[in-house]
Ligand binder design. Structure first.
Ligand code: FES
Length: 316
């Protein structure tokens, strides 16, 4: 964990604030790559992940964008209402499940709503590298969209889709993901981050593209848990055995037995809880691991997954 000071809070758009963190002594923070996120350990016991929006070449600060969710489970409301400039907060090392392929001949970025945040960093990085890119950004309205002025400065590289009228402007078209994807050059890498329905449409539209060239960042996980049956988890480092009961995830059982394990989103979308599997067959329910990684059965996201075998041996 990194101890950092919340240096500044700035309003970016309707219900969206930018928060800037620095080390109190001004020293450099661990480096990150475009598309990375950090976990914030909030004072109320919650841990939440947010994408870094500043350029990876900035080593002195982390900047995140946080939308106050109307159905907040406590994290975004706490950040908006309880955190103040000058507060000290614990931050996890940057992790990246949405890595920018920096040498791609072209990058096509597709954002919906607050899903713009990882792209704010990617756009800065692509500009720095001088690589061709384009961004399609859909949001409810202009005033609910982030970084509009900065993005507009890139001219035709950015297409906005704001279906609701704002200040008498004519409504823009809704984004047509099939059309956007159909026009993607064959050698491009395509990225999508946004609400679940947008990601589902994108995955459908991009099904024919080479899988190594499509990248999706999830905020939530609709995969259910197979809740039937109990199994054992053996912790290789301590030798302890923990019973995981019906309806529990591996993480639930570990925490119930007072065993400390890292986690953040609890939904299989951030990778904070990724754990090495030494033997046994996990029942993967996350949205992080690729098909190949799942089949290797050598790691799992313990916050949302269980076991297909009677015993799992974990590197814990
Ligand atoms: S805590 Fe986020 S993937 Fe498990």
């Amino acid at each position: 964990m990194i101890k950092a000071e919340l240096k500044n809070i700035a309003r970016e758009a309707e219900d969206i604030n930018l928060l800037e963190f620095r080390r109190s002594d001004g020293s450099a923070l661990p480096p990150f790559s475009a598309g990375a996120h950090i976990d914030l350990r909030l004072g109320n016991g919650l841990v939440r992940s947010y994408s870094l929006v500043n350029c990876p070449s900035e080593t002195h600060r982390y900047v995140i964008g946080v939308r106050k969710e109307p159905d907040s489970r406590g994290g975004s409301r706490f950040i908006h209402e309880q955190l103040h400039a000058g507060d000290e907060i614990e931050i996890g090392q940057p992790l990246n499940n949405f890595r920018l392929c920096e040498n791609a001949p072209r990058s096509v970025l597709i954002a919906g709503g607050i899903g713009i945040t990882p792209f704010a960093s990617m756009v800065r990085r692509l500009e720095q590298l001088g690589r061709p890119w384009e961004l399609h950004y859909a949001a409810r309205s202009r005033c609910s969209a982030s970084f509009v002025r900065q993005l507009a400065s890139y001219g035709s590289k950015v297409k906005f889709y704001f279906p609701n009228e704002f200040n008498g402007e004519p409504p823009a078209r809704r984004i047509d993901l099939h059309k956007v994807v159909a026009e993607v050059p064959r050698d491009a890498h395509v990225y999508c981050c946004g609400p679940r329905n947008m990601l589902a449409s994108f995955e459908q539209a991009a099904a024919a593209l080479p899988s190594g060239q499509t990248h999706v960042e999830f905020f939530s996980n609709a995969n259910g848990l197979d809740k039937d049956g109990a199994f054992d988890v053996r912790l290789a480092r301590s030798g302890s055995i923990v019973r995981v009961q019906s309806g529990e995830t591996v993480l639930d059982a570990l925490l119930k037995h007072g065993i400390d394990a890292p986690y953040s989103c609890l939904e299989g979308v951030c990778s904070s809880c990724e754990t090495r599997v030494l033997s046994g067959i996990p029942d993967h329910r996350d949205l992080i691991l690729s098909k190949e990684e799942r089949e290797a059965n050598d790691r799992m996201l313990i916050c949302c997954s269980r076991s297909k075998s009677g015993t799992l041996v974990l590197d814990l």
